[in-house]
Design a protein. Structure first.
Length: 265
C-alpha cells in the first residue's frame, strides 16, 4: 500500500460507535472523525478471490467508453438485514459531475447479481459500512461494481477530474488491479486542487472512506504495465445520504418511502 499524508487536515470531533460498526477498527472511526477520510484493508474479512470473479460478467457501460458496470440500490431493513430497493437510475447533477457524457442525465445500469448480493460477506460488508456512517433503516445505499480494462491508457474518471459524488458518505474499494500502473487517488479540500490533503494507491481489498460533502477526490490515469497483456482495474463504490438534489428527486420518485436527507440536513 502506498500512502502519503501531505499535511494535517481539520478536526471535526468524534462520534460514538454504533453496535453494528465493529466491522471496522477503532482507528478507522477515529481517523474519519478527525480528518474526514480514512483507509482500511478488509481483504481478511471477505473472500476477495470470489468477489473478483464477479467482474467477469459486467456489462459494458452504455454511457462511457472502456468501462463496465453494474449497480443496485440497497437499504437496511428494521431488523438490520440488507435488501434491494429495486430499479432507480443514477442521476448526478452538473454541480457534482461535469463530464459531458454523464452530467445531468439519468443513467440506467444492470443490477448487481443475486448471487453477489446474497453472499454473507457482501451482506456483512454492507451492514458494516452502514454502521460506520450511522445509517438507519430505509436510507438508500448505492452500490456499484465498475471499472476499466483494455490496452494503452485510460482516464478512469472519464473527464470528471477533481470532483465530489454528491453525497455525505462515500467509500471506494479496489476489487482487482491487474497489469496496472498509475491510478493513484488524490484528496483535496477544494475542487480546484489548491489544497491537497493526501494521496494513496489502493491495493485489492483496500477501502478509502470519504466525507464526500467535505472532501474532493480524483484518481490518476491508468496505463498498461506490460504492453503484451491487457490491463484491468475494478472497484466497488458505495455511497449514501445524497446532497445532490437531482439524485434525491429521482430517489423520491422511485422509492416514495425512502429516508432521504436534504443538502443541509
Amino acid at each position: 500500500m502506498k500512502h502519503d499524508i501531505l499535511k494535517p487536515s481539520h478536526v471535526t470531533g468524534t462520534h460514538p460507535l454504533p453496535a453494528q460498526a465493529d466491522y471496522w477498527s477503532r482507528a478507522v472511526h477515529e481517523s474519519l472523525a478527525q480528518q474526514d477520510w480514512s483507509q482500511a484493508d478488509i481483504s481478511g474479512q471477505i473472500d476477495l478471490a470470489a468477489w473478483q470473479g464477479f467482474v467477469d460478467d459486467l456489462p459494458r457501460d452504455p454511457y462511457v467508453n472502456q468501462r463496465w458496470k453494474r449497480m443496485s440500490w440497497l437499504a437496511l431493513t428494521a431488523s438490520g438485514d440488507v435488501t434491494s430497493l429495486g430499479e432507480c437510475p443514477m442521476a448526478q447533477g452538473g454541480a457534482f459531475n461535469d463530464a459531458e457524457s454523464m452530467a445531468d442525465k439519468l443513467r440506467y445500469y444492470a443490477p448487481l447479481t443475486d448471487e453477489f448480493l446474497s453472499r454473507p460477506d457482501v451482506k456483512a460488508f454492507v451492514r458494516g459500512w452502514a454502521g460506520l456512517w450511522n445509517l438507519g433503516a430505509g436510507e438508500p445505499i448505492l452500490m456499484q461494481i465498475t471499472g476499466v480494462r483494455g490496452k494503452g491508457q485510460v482516464d478512469p474518471l472519464q473527464g470528471q477530474g477533481i470532483h465530489a459524488d454528491g453525497c455525505k458518505a462515500l467509500s471506494i474499494m479496489v476489487v482487482n488491479r491487474e497489469n496496472v500502473t498509475g491510478a493513484e487517488n488524490h484528496l483535496y479540500l477544494d475542487k480546484a486542487g489548491q489544497h491537497p490533503i493526501a494521496r494513496t494507491t489502493l491495493a485489492p481489498g483496500e477501502v478509502l472512506h470519504l466525507r464526500d460533502d467535505r472532501i474532493y477526490h480524483s484518481v490518476d490515469g491508468i496505463r498498461q504495465l506490460d504492453e503484451t497483456r491487457p490491463f484491468e482495474r475494478f472497484i466497488i463504490i458505495i455511497n449514501s445520504r445524497f446532497v445532490d438534489e437531482f439524485q434525491n428527486r429521482i430517489l423520491r420518485r422511485h422509492f416514495p418511502e425512502a429516508v432521504l436527507h436534504s443538502p443541509r440536513g
